[in-house]
Design a protein around this ligand. Structure first.
Ligand SMILES: [Zn+2]
Length: 224
């Protein structure tokens, strides 16, 4: 009955979904812009980040572009509170990364400032990380390894240098995280990879920990 009144719609093209479809219709699933980073070593994003931060691997589920409707997925998760979509895509990414994540010990979502989390009611990176944890099936989430020092302005309208200055030094290590993460492989999770500035800022905070290995995953990435 509810479905007749409020038909579920595809999060990409807004067509009405068939009963057996979840979030995205079959036509949009067929054209889904997968990155295939999970079976591609030394892909352009890994190369782009070499020298800046040496991640064991970098992995994203799909390409993000302002010119196509798949960018709506990120917006729905971040601004419209579609948490089930975030989790569902996270599971999908986790399943693709199963082999990559074989020796990952902890999944650490990129934190948002407590004020933003309070206003929004959730942290989108945390929602995605929960999905990844389920999809991978064995690593464990660590919500509180990092914290955000100040409420930096939204990254959306900044250029590359401004983005870096905006997040540089913004993440701190929570008490106890150093002991817990020493010698471990940690997967940082965010919703979107655009300039790598946030990924690098997290890396620089975590890399001080003795013996740590760091990787990075995001739902979407701009083409590099
Ligand atoms: Zn569609």
């Amino acid at each position: 009955m509810l479905e007749l009144l409020y038909p579920r719609k595809c999060c990409v093209c807004s067509d009405v979904l068939e009963r057996d479809q979840e979030h995205i219709c079959s036509a949009c699933m067929e054209d889904f812009p997968y990155t295939y980073f999970w079976n591609w070593r030394d892909h352009p994003w890994e190369k782009a980040l070499w020298g800046r931060c040496n991640f064991r691997f970098v992995c994203s589920l799909f390409y993000y572009s302002r010119d196509n409707d798949y960018s709506r997925l990120d917006k729905r998760i971040k601004y419209a509170g579609d948490l089930s979509l975030g989790r569902w895509l996270g599971v999908m990414l986790g399943e693709k990364m199963k082999i990559l994540c074989e020796d990952v010990d902890y999944i650490v979502p990129v934190p948002v400032h407590p004020l933003r989390r309070w206003k929004r009611g959730y942290n989108q990176a945390e929602v995605i990380a929960k999905g990844i944890e389920k999809g991978v099936g064995r690593s464990s989430m660590l919500y509180n390894a990092l914290y955000r020092r100040k409420n930096s302005v939204s990254q959306t309208l900044l250029d590359v240098n401004e983005k870096w200055n905006n997040v540089k030094g913004v993440f701190g290590l929570k008490r106890g995280a150093q002991e817990m993460l020493a010698g471990k492989h940690v997967l940082i999770v965010d919703d979107l990879l655009t300039t790598g500035a946030t990924a690098q800022a997290c890396f620089e905070t975590l890399v001080q920990i003795p013996g740590i290995t760091i990787s990075f995953a995001s739902l979407a990435a701009v083409r590099h």
